[in-house]
Structures are given as structure tokens and as C-alpha cells.
Design a protein around this ligand. Structure first.
Ligand code: SDX
Length: 454
């Protein structure tokens, strides 16, 4: 099989993202030439609004019979999107052009929801109307409560939430293709009801009565109310914890084509409804390599705190492939620099613990692990830095959120991203069902043998 070579025309052959980034709009070639044996084809070159360079291979198989191979899709653009931009080398994250650092400081989660859904900040009337809509869809159908009651109290809340979100489609069943209006009301329902579903999954696990949402509270305040209030006493939302939770939700709101968002798009690409697509996204997020890492980080820090092994012993294990131990909350498919969200969360740990007058030895352990990693060749060479999950759990814990619920809170934060990306897919005239190819490595043709002959 001839080895394909690929060299963009009119420029020195390069193959690294850094070199591509060095190209400017003027020097980016219009086509890339692919030589495959005696075949030579030109492939169109696309340039994103932030200068990312992509080779359009949509005609590759038709022209050459060959496909590309990219397990994990780390080199493959699956869609065009206007929602979120990441620059992994620079550690940049922007929602529709707005830097995450500014949104974290100046915005709030419901406004960020609108930004992700419309790629514009809302006007005051738009924000007011949108807030009213979200607030007045927070209740669940009374029959849905039976679902929670039917599940074991010890079940992981991510399983409960995936089931409950999928079950929403039984209450809002509609036949035929999704209309824009129906998609919009389903989007509002998901944004509004996810905190209620999350809180009910927690209340069920501890045998306490469900607390109805309160329309007089903020989005974050309502979450804290449904989680921690009970019918026997007044519950006052602490503004410090509400603000800290709102910040966490903003930081988790979207992250372009991560595993769970790609799952939501993929399920939606078959024509499945929004509830079914997001239910699948919740399941994808649950994995410890993805959103489940925030729970795994705290469990890792607790194991060191409880003396199972020292931080240094842990780090030595994390560097051994066959140890089965990873430094959870470190490393990222895209960020080869400090995750900008982790920087914000690291500072927020100090702020929140300080404002609440608390200390947490887990923060000291996290700082020690980071210190060791950032001066260790293993982590430096592999460009492994703290990601969003490394410090978030320390804040969730300071807010009194149970460890089992950490990934559920990631899902609450990511809901507007999933919904916005799903709607963007539905509105894409060129969208097609997701169906990757493979390279078959199994047995070649052979005839059936009777069992006596085998
Ligand atoms: C999220 O995609 C997103 O945007 C996700 C997310 C979002 O907002 O949606 O940002 C949220 O999921 C953050 C990531 C949370 N996961 C973790 O913290 C789990 C620990 N991290 C890793 O398992 C890993 O870094 C991944 C899964 C995040 C990324 O995996 P990749 O890109 O497939 O990298 P890899 O596994 O191929 O690792 C490359 C090398 C390997 O070593 P070598 O083969 O070169 O010897 O780095 C090593 C890995 O063994 N490595 C680690 C490590 N992460 C990678 N070694 C020790 N500890 C780690 N955490």
C-alpha cells in the first residue's frame, strides 16, 4: 500500500499545528496536494475565523478510494460551529468570542445560556423574558417522581439523571420532524428542569422529600434550595455559595466538541429528539476520563489525605503505565497548556474557602500534586496540566455538595452547551447522520464448516 504524503502547495511541507498556526490567511494555500502512488489530487483547504487550518477530505474516498485513520478523532473536524473556540496551545477558551475570564467575572449563568444559544449577549428585555421562561419551567410532571422512587437509593445519580432526562420525552412526545418552536420549548424545559432532576436524584438517595423549585430564587440559589432545604425549617440561600455555584456553572457551560457534546450531536444526527440526545450525553460525561474525573479527583485527594500513600508515591505510580493509576484532573486532549478554567477555579478555591471561613487539607494536597507535576519531566514532556476537574471538586465540597453529585453538577453546567450544539446541528443544512468508517483487520473470506469438521 503506497504511503500517502501530504504537502500543502506553495509552502514548505509541514505537519504540525504550530506550523499551520504560523501560516496567515495570506499564506494559507487554497488546496493541499495529496500524492497516493501514481495519483495526485488537490484537496480544498478551509480556514476558521480564528485561523485554524483544515483540509477538506469530503471527496477523498470518491477520488482515491482511500479513507483517513484517526482513532479518537483528535485530528478531525466533525462540524463547523460558531459557539465556542478553544486554543489548546495558548490555553484560550471563548464563548462566541467572549473570553471565559471576562464571563466568569462579569456575567452569570442564565446570561451565558443565552449567549451560547444565540452567540450574542442578550438585551435587557431578552434576558428578562428568557429568565422568566426558564424559571417557569422548573417543575417536573408529578408522574415523573415515580421514576425516582422506583430506582435504588444507592444508584449513582448520573444513572438516575440520564434515565430521568430520557424519560422527559415520554411527557413531551410528539410525532414527526422537530419544528424550531418545539425544539426551543424542549431546550427551555431541559435548561429549567435539569437542576430539579438533579436535586430529586439526591433527595431520593437520602430518603428526604423532594423540594419544589422556588420561582423567587436565582438559578443557582434555586439549586441550593432544592438540594439542601427541607419542609421542617426555613432555608436561606447563602449568597457566597450561590455566586460560587454560578461561577462553576459558567465555567462548565460549553467546550466545543468534547466527548459528551459529540455524543449529543451524534445521537441527534439520527433524528432522535433532544431529550434522548442529552440523556446519551449525560452517560458519556459520566466516564472518569471525562466529567466523572471531578469525582475521581476528590477520591484521589482523599486517598492521599487518609494516608493510603504520600503525594510523591502517588505521582510515581501515576507515571507508570501499568499501575492503573492516573493523576486525575490532569491532561487534556486539546489543552497542552494550563486549562484556563482550572486557573480560575484554583483562585476560586482560595476565595470561596476564605469567604466561608473554611480550610480544606485537600487543597493543600492538590497544590502539592500540581507542584510536583509541573516540575516533573514526565508531565512536562507530555504537556499535562491541570484541567477543569482538578480544582472544581474542592469548591463543590466547600458548598456542601456530596461527592457523588459532582458530575451531576458538571451536567447542569454543560446543559446549555449540549443544547446549543444540538440546535446548531439541527439548523445546519449540510448536516448528515454521523457514520464513521473503519479499517477492517479481521479474517478474510472463508467457508462455513460443520461443527464436526472444526
Ligand atoms: C474533561 O474534551 C474536553 O473538552 C473535556 C472537558 C470538557 O470541558 O468537556 O475539558 C472535560 O473531560 C477534562 C478531562 C478530565 N479527565 C481527567 O482528568 C482524567 C485524567 N486525564 C487523562 O486520562 C487524559 O489526559 C485525557 C483522557 C484527559 C486525555 O487523554 P488523551 O488525549 O487520549 O491523552 P493520552 O491518554 O493519549 O495521554 C498521552 C500520554 C500517555 O502517556 P504515553 O503513552 O505518552 O507514555 O500522557 C499520559 C498517557 O499515559 N497521560 C497521563 C495522564 N493523562 C495523560 N499520565 C498520567 N496521568 C494523567 N492524567
Amino acid at each position: 500500500m503506497p504511503v500517502p504524503t501530504l504537502s500543502p502547495q506553495n509552502s514548505t511541507p509541514t505537519s504540525t499545528a504550530v506550523a499551520a498556526a504560523a501560516m496567515t490567511n495570506e499564506t494559507v494555500p487554497k488546496t493541499a496536494k495529496l500524492t497516493l502512488g501514481d495519483q495526485e489530487i488537490d484537496l480544498p483547504v478551509m480556514v476558521g475565523s480564528e485561523g485554524e487550518v483544515a483540509i477538506d477530505i469530503r471527496q477523498l474516498r470518491a477520488k482515491t478510494g482511500a479513507i483517513t485513520f484517526d482513532p479518537g478523532l483528535g485530528n478531525t473536524g466533525a462540524c463547523l460551529s460558531k459557539i465556542t473556540f478553544l486554543d489548546g496551545e495558548q490555553g484560550i477558551l471563548r464563548y462566541a468570542g467572549y473570553p471565559i475570564e471576562e464571563l466568569a467575572q462579569k456575567s452569570h449563568f442564565v446570561e451565558v445560556m443565552w449567549l451560547l444559544l444565540h452567540q450574542e449577549l442578550p438585551s435587557a428585555p431578552q434576558l428578562s423574558q428568557f429568565t422568566h421562561e426558564v424559571t417557569h419551567h422548573t417543575m417536573l410532571h408529578e408522574d415523573l417522581k415515580e421514576l425516582f422512587q422506583s430506582l435504588p437509593k444507592v444508584g449513582h445519580p448520573m444513572a438516575v439523571c440520564a434515565a430521568a432526562v430520557g424519560a422527559l420525552s415520554t411527557f413531551y412526545r410528539k410525532e414527526g420532524p422537530h419544528t424550531r418552536e418545539q425544539n426551543w420549548i424542549d431546550a427551555i424545559r431541559l435548561l429549567a428542569k435539569m437542576p430539579t432532576i438533579a436535586a430529586y436524584s439526591y433527595k431520593h438517595s437520602i430518603g428526604q422529600p423532594f423540594m419544589y423549585p422556588r420561582n423567587d430564587l436565582s438559578y443557582a440559589g434555586n439549586i441550593l434550595h432544592m438540594l439542601f432545604a427541607n419542609p421542617c425549617e426555613r432555608y436561606e440561600v447563602n449568597p457566597i455559595t450561590a455566586r460560587a455555584l454560578d461561577l462553576l456553572l459558567i465555567l462548565h457551560a460549553d467546550h466545543e466538541q468534547n466527548c459528551s457534546t459529540s455524543t449529543v450531536r451524534t445521537v441527534g444526527s439520527s433524528g432522535a429528539n433532544l431529550f434522548a440526545s442529552v440523556s446519551a450525553g449525560i452517560s458519556a460525561l459520566w466516564g472518569p476520563l471525562h466529567g466523572g474525573a471531578n469525582q475521581a479527583v476528590i477520591e484521589m485527594l482523599m486517598s492521599i489525605r487518609d494516608g493510603k500513600r504520600t503525594a510523591r508515591e502517588f505521582m510515581e505510580l501515576a507515571k507508570k503505565k501499568d499501575s492503573g493509576v492516573r493523576l486525575m484532573g490532569f491532561g487534556h486532549r486539546v489543552y497542552k497548556n494550563y486549562d484556563p478554567r482550572a486557573l480560575i477555579l484554583k483562585q476560586a478555591c482560595y476565595d470561596v474557602l476564605g469567604q466561608l471561613g473554611r480550610k480544606d487539607p485537600l487543597l493543600d494536597i492538590a497544590l502539592e500534586l500540581e507542584q510536583i507535576a509541573l516540575s516533573d519531566a514526565y508531565f512536562i514532556d507530555r504537556k499535562l496540566y491541570p484541567n477543569v476537574d482538578f480544582y472544581s471538586g474542592i469548591i463543590y465540597k466547600a458548598l456542601g455538595i456530596p461527592v457523588d453529585m459532582f458530575t451531576v453538577f458538571f451536567a447542569i453546567g454543560r446543559m446549555p452547551g449540549w443544547v446549543a450544539q444540538w440546535l446548531e446541528y439541527q439548523a445546519d443544512p449540510e448536516a448528515r447522520i454521523t457514520r464513521p468508517r473503519q479499517i477492517y483487520m479481521g479474517p478474510t473470506p472463508r467457508s462455513y464448516k460443520q461443527v464436526a469438521e472444526r
